[in-house]
Write a protein of this length. Sequence first.
Lengths: 403, 309
Amino acid sequence: MIAENIVHFARVLRTAGLTIGPDRVLAAMSAVEAVGLERRGDVHAALSAVMIDRHEQQVIFDAAFDAFWRDPKLLEQLMYLLLPKISGRGDKVRAPRANRLAEALAAPRPAALPNPANQTAQEELHFDTTFTFSDRERLAQADFETMTAAEFELAKKLAEQLPLPIVPVRRRRHEAAATRRHGSRLDLRATLQRMARQPHTLQPAYTQARTELPTLVVLLDISGSMDRYSRLFLHYVHGLTRRYLKVHTLTFGTRLTNITHCLKCRDPDVALKLADEQVHDWKGGTRIASCLDEFNHRWARRLLGANAALLLVTDGLDRDEQGELSRSAAQLRRLAHQIVWLNPLLRFDGFEPRAAGVRALLPHVDRFLPVHNLASLADLARALRGGTVAPGRAMHSHPAILN
Amino acid sequence: MTVTALKLPTSVDAVIALLAAENYVCDRRLATALFLSLKLQRPLFLEGEPGVGKTELAKTLAASLATLLLRVQCYEGLDIAQTAYEWNVSRQMIEIRLAEAAHAIGGEADRERLAHSLYSRAMLIERPLLQALTQPQSPVLLIDELDRADEPFDAFLLEVLAENQITIPELGAVKAVAPPITIITSNRTREIHDALKRRCLYHWVDFPNVERELEIVRLKAPGAPERLSIQVVEFVQRMRTLDLFKVPGVAETIDWTNALLALNAIRLDPATVSDTLGVLLKYQDDIVRMQSGDTAKLLDELRARALLE
C-alpha cells in the first residue's frame, strides 16, 4: 500500500517536471520505512531529502505533498491544471515537439492571403542550401534592421553556426604536457613510471596549466528597440548552447527571465518557442537598472564563478535615475570576471554615448563592441582574442572601443 | 584490521538529542535527512547560504559519535594527489637507485619484482579521501564547499560516493573497511552536477526561525544577557527580510552578540549598531544602505514592540 502510494506520488512529481528515476523511488521507500509513518513532518522531510536535488523544487514538492496527503486523486488532476505554470524539464519539453510533428504531418495550410512577398520568402527558404557565396557575403554585412523577411530567416540559420565568442582562460588544474614549456611543472609520478619502465634512464615528464573555455553568461535585452537584434541573437545563443554546454542565458526587458533550459532543446524552433512562452516581456519597455540589480542578487553568485565571461547585449537606452543604473553596473563589474557589452547602435559612425543609460554603463564594461550584422557576430571571437585572459585583471576606467 | 561499529542513533529524536548534547541546535527536517543518511548509508548533500551551520554539523556529528573527522576543503584545480592519494615518489626513486647500485636489475624477473615493490601500499601516501576508506571505524568525511572545486573533481568523487572505493591504476580498487559518513556542503556558487546529487540525500539548510536562533545564541554566546540576545536575534531576523546583497547568517549573529558583549553593550542603540555593522554585513553597499536609515527604522520597530527597554 505504501509502495503503491510512493510510486504514484513519484509519478505525479515527474509530471510536474522533477527528474525522479526508479532508483529514487526505491530510496524513497527505504526512507519512509526508516522514519516510520507516525509523523507527517518526518515523512515529508524524508521524501524531500530523497526526491529533490535543488532548492527550487521544494515549492513544487511541498504543494504536491500537501495535496497528496489529503487526496491523491485530486492532486493528479491539480497537477495537470498547474502544468503549464511549473517550469522544469520532463514532459513540458516534449509537448511542443509533438505539435511540431503534427504540423509536419498535416497538409500545408494555405497562406491567409496570396501575398507575393510571402511567396518569394517561402521559395528563397527552400533554396538556402544553394545560397551562393557572394549572397552569404552580402548577408553577412547586411544590418539586421534592414533585412527583408527572407534574408532574416536565412540570417537566423547562419547565426546558429557562428563561432564561440569567448577565448580560453588558464585554469589552475594541470594536465600532461608534451614538452617542457614556460610555467610547466615536473610530474614526478609520471617520471617515475617512465623510470620503472626503462631503468638506467631519466626522462622527465611535465604538466602544464590547462586552458579551458570559461562559462558564458548572456544578458539579453528584449525590449522594443532591440527586437530584431535580440531575435537573431537568440538564434546565435541557441547555436552556442547546443555546441557548448556552459552557456547561461537570461533575458531582460521589464523583468529578468532565465531561459537557459529552453535553449538546451536541440531543435531551434522548439527551443525558441519554449523561450517565447517563458518570457513575458517581449518588446516591452526597459528597466535595465532593476534587472541588473536582480541579476546581481539572485544569479550573479551562482553563475559568475570560475572566471565566467558576461555578454551584455543591450542598446543601453534607459534612464539612470539617481545613479541607480551606474550603481548596479558597478556592482556587476565587481562580480564578473569580464563584461563585454554588445551594442547594435555602435554601427553608426560617430556614435556618441549621449543617452544617460549608455553613459552609466560605459565605465563599467571591459569591452564595447558593435553587434548589428552576422559579420560582427562572427568577429566577436577575434575581437575578444587579445591573448588569453589571465585570472585577475587590471581595472581600467575606459573600455577599449574596438571596431 | 578489526572493524568497530559506531553506535548510531536509531530515530530522528535520537539524532536531535545527540547533536543537542554537543550544543548544536538542529531542526527536525535536517535531523530527518541526517538520520536517513546514516541509516541508508548515503552521503548527505547540504546546500545553503554561508553561515547557517553546514560545516558545523559535520564537526558536531564527528564529535558526538566520537569518531574521526576527515575534511577536504575544495578549491579550483584540486586533484587526486591532494585529496585521495599520492605515490611517495622520493622513496620510490631511492628504491630504484638502490636497486641500480646493487646491480639488482638484471633480467626481466628482477625488473618485475622492482616494479611490484615500487607500487605497493607502503609507497602510498594517503590523503583524506583514501584515509576515509581505510579507517577501522567509520569516520565522518566532510567535503566542504564543493562548489569551489571544478567539474572534473565532481566526476572523480562519483566513485567514492557511490561505491565507497577508490581505484588506483597501479594497485587496483581500495574498498572501504568501514564506510565513511559523508557530508558534502555547497554555497551554490555553481550548480553541482546532477549525477553527483543523485547519489546523495539533498537538504537545503535555511536560516532558523526566531526561537531556534535565540536558542543557538544562548548556547553559543552564554555570557550575553537575555534581553540583548532577544534584541540581536529580532534585529537580525528583520534584517534578513531586507533586500540586502548578502544577508547575515547565524554565524554572524553569534559573532555580533560576542562583539556587543566585548563592547559592554547591554542593549542595542543606533551608535553601537552602526559601529559594529561590519561584523554582520560584508558588503560596503549593504553597510551604506543600513547606515542611511534602515538601522534607525529597524530599531524603531523593535522599540514599538517594546523590546528595547
